[in-house]
Design a protein around this ligand. Structure first.
Ligand SMILES: [Zn+2]
Length: 440
């Protein structure tokens, strides 16, 4: 039985799907203005593992992960680079797919683009105005959600409206009734690229970010669906606003039933930021020769809802584990089924660090099957070890030593161990009969 921590209830509980024959999951996808950074990648990889697990446990899973291709950040980046919005969003969408593809992330079932759902957004905004949950601002151009119209507002993030009003640090825009009211539709600027300007009953403009996800989730998964995921930074305001819009537009609906949030990522103990110079993209790492599977495994070494620190030690540890598993793949075939203990760890609120530690104790056949299920060991050992000449020479002598021991030629085995030691290579024999090595 799958256990999930649900932000909405604040508890870990058994996952009870609406329809056990068909699971529905929505995850907030990228805003395509820049290549994904390692924090974005963490979220994508985590929900990819959850998607794989759900597919393992249930007959059918529909996983929707959107592309946000209309947003102020996109307009700013396109202007800076002096290219059209369309050129930018196409380029970055392709880069996103390339980069996360290298991390062995499966495509979602549906990947809707915001710009293809503008009519649905206009329709939902209309419904919200009709039901008294939204209003056209005093400027006659902005449409805003009225947070005071929704008694449930704040139920996900625990924020209360008075605190929002009091905590508004900047002067509240004059067209808003309440500091917490958020934009559903905003007017275009005169200089906006035509591909980011859409006609609406409230004039030419573009939708707010939150309404996109409400519309795309509802269109593909219905007014009630199972799981909504995203980074912890999206809890407020983005997810809180998604709930408010969706439930007020469709009275009696509950929108997502389980809210799953992944934790933050730091780099060498610090928050990642452009100004600190520690901003790492997936592309940077791949360019440095770090394999996509090493990045994937390193991202799974911390539990998804806990903070993860990205550092060289973690990368080296992931590389070492994968090298060892690829060695096993040279001489063993994967079992048919995923190991039950690995599956149990994943079913326990996606406990990937526990799954990884179980994997290290398993017989090779069981480990290999479970690793492939986790999106690892997707290459042949030959492809994996290609180009590492030094490693090949070390491995050749390790293999010769194993052979020597098999033939009870312990003098030769010891000679090989000493020779490697003289080169700074320390050997560690493992209970499964394989030998690990590290530079001492
Ligand atoms: Zn979203």
């Amino acid at each position: 039985m799958l256990q999930l921590y649900n932000t909405l209830t604040g508890t870990k509980s058994a996952f009870q799907p609406l329809n056990p024959e068909h699971i529905s999951m929505y995850v907030c996808g990228p805003t395509v203005y820049a290549r994904p950074h390692i924090g974005n990648a963490r979220s994508v990889v985590i929900y990819d593992v959850l998607f794989r697990l759900l597919q393992q446990l249930y007959p059918k899973v529909t996983y929707v992960r959107n592309i946000t291709d209309v947003d102020d950040k996109i307009n700013i980046a396109a202007k800076e680079r002096q290219i059209t919005i369309q050129a930018l969003t196409q380029e970055v969408t392709q880069q996103f797919h390339d980069d996360i593809g290298a991390l062995q992330v499966l495509p979602p079932s549906i990947e809707p683009r915001a710009t293809e759902h503008i009519d649905g957004m206009i329709e939902m905004i209309d419904q919200l105005i009709d039901r008294g949950h939204a209003y056209v601002g005093a400027d006659g151009e902005h449409v805003l959600f009225d947070v005071t119209s929704n008694p449930e507002y704040g139920k996900l993030s625990g924020r209360d409206l008075d605190a929002l009003q009091a905590g508004a640090r900047v002067a509240v825009e004059s067209y808003k009734h309440h500091a917490g009211d958020f934009v559903l539709w905003k007017p275009a600027d005169d200089e906006d690229d035509a591909s980011s300007v859409f006609d609406s009953p409230w004039g030419a403009g573009r939708p707010g970010w939150h309404i996109e996800c409400s519309v795309m989730a509802t269109q593909y998964l219905g007014q009630n669906f199972d799981i909504h995921g995203g980074g912890a930074d999206l809890k407020f305001p983005h997810h809180e606003n998604e709930i408010a819009q969706s439930c007020c537009a469709n009275p009696g609906s509950e929108f997502a039933r389980y809210w799953v949030h992944n934790g933050f990522l730091t780099v060498n103990g610090e928050k990642m930021s452009k100004s600190l110079g520690n901003f790492i993209t997936v592309h940077d790492l791949l360019q440095q020769g770090i394999a996509g599977e090493v990045i994937r495994l390193a991202l799974l070494m911390s539990k998804y809802n806990e903070p993860l620190d990205w550092n060289d030690g973690k990368v080296a540890e992931a590389k070492k584990l994968l090298d060892r598993w690829y060695r096993l793949a040279e001489s063993h075939k994967a079992a048919e089924a995923i190991d039950s203990e690995v599956l149990a760890a994943l079913q326990d609120d996606l406990n990937t660090p526990r799954a990884i530690s179980v994997l290290q104790q398993l017989p090779p056949e069981a480990a290999l099957a479970s690793l492939r299920f986790l999106g690892l060991l997707q290459h042949t050992p030959q492809e994996w070890f290609q180009g590492s000449d030094v490693d090949d020479s070390v491995q050749a002598r390790i293999d010769a030593r194993i052979e020597a021991k098999k033939n009870r030629n312990f003098a030769e085995a010891d000679r090989l161990r000493d020779e490697l030691k003289a080169e700074g290579i320390i050997l560690e024999d493992r209970p499964d009969g394989s030998t690990d090595w590290r530079r001492g």
